[in-house]
Design a protein around this ligand. Structure first.
Ligand code: NAP
Length: 257
């Protein structure tokens, strides 16, 4: 009689292209007895669901996640949340340490400046808001709808604020909201900068190709870019830079357990 492999359960903390890609990779090369669940926060309406199982909504902090890992017999977690989903990454590190479950952070590479770029790095959104008035008065704000509040007090700046879903107050009073979901094109970004007479771009250091054309468009237009730097991966958590590397990490773990 053939031996049954030990059932295994991988939890992907998602909300990114890389998380979806990892779920696709694991579905394309199915491992007998492997269950893959992707977890989404539920921020975006009509999310694109990955292959495999999925669940939506918070776990109730690190303790809630630790309980979920135990109840659902999770063997490994890949934190493939956005580089700026700092709280979830911290919760994952705490919960996995508590539950004794191996954790890998999947982080896409950050963008690097090219000749001609005029990037100004700041550590936080608050620092970006403080630095912005000195750099321009018509800002293209691409930090996402939940981060607009950090700029709400800036009365002298006009904003083009782009987000997937409509932002809620507080917003800067001179704000034109543009609802759009990437990937974006260089032509489209050029046109937005021209049409709205943008003189400064504000972005988080998210990385990834889907939203990178704005950086090339800003370079071409000769305008400065305020870059909010990433928070670090929680201490002691190993990191992979691609879904392929994360899949290899999972494969290596399944061979040693
Ligand atoms: P966050 O501030 O780090 O997390 C806030 C809370 O949301 C967490 O404590 C957790 O609630 C819940 N949560 C976050 N990610 C979750 C997930 N994948 N599954 C279940 N619950 C999750 O997160 P955020 O910055 O608001 O981002 C929320 C989601 O949007 C993430 O999945 C992230 O990948 C995605 N996203 C974020 C950004 C960004 O710029 N921050 C950009 C694009 C996509 P509990 O404590 O109750 O578990």
């Amino acid at each position: 009689m053939a031996a049954h492999p030990t059932p295994r359960h991988v939890l992907i903390l998602g909300g990114t292209t890389e998380a979806r890609r990892l779920a696709e990779l694991l579905a394309a090369e199915p491992e007998p007895g492997l269950t893959v669940t992707t977890s989404l926060a539920g921020r975006v309406t009509n999310p694109v669901l990955p292959p495999g199982a999925s669940r939506i909504g918070g776990f109730g902090g690190p303790q809630g996640l630790a309980t979920w890992l135990h109840t659902h017999a999770v063997d490994a977690v890949v934190d493939a949340t956005h580089p700026f989903a700092e709280r979830m990454s911290f919760n994952a590190a705490t919960a996995c340490a508590t539950a004794g479950v191996p954790l890998l952070a999947l982080r896409r590479p950050a963008w690097t400046p090219a000749p001609g770029d005029d990037w100004h790095h700041v550590p936080t959104l608050a620092a970006a808001a403080a630095a912005l008035p000195a750099l321009g008065s018509r800002a293209f704000l691409t930090t996402g709808r939940t981060d607009l509040a950090a700029f709400a007090h800036l009365d002298g700046t006009w904003f083009l604020a782009r987000s997937v879903d409509a932002p809620t107050a507080p917003l800067p009073w001179q704000t034109h909201v543009l609802l759009a979901r990437g990937p974006f094109t260089l032509d489209g970004e050029r046109e937005l900068i021209r049409e709205h007479r943008i003189d400064v771009l504000v972005t988080k250091a998210s990385g990834g190709s889907a939203t990178a054309p704005k950086l090339a468009a800003a370079r071409e237009a000769g305008i400065p870019v305020l870059v909010v730097d990433r928070p670090p991966v929680p201490r002691g958590v190993p990191a992979a830079v691609s879904p392929e590397a994360a899949a290899a990490w999972l494969r290596a773990r399944s061979q040693t357990t």
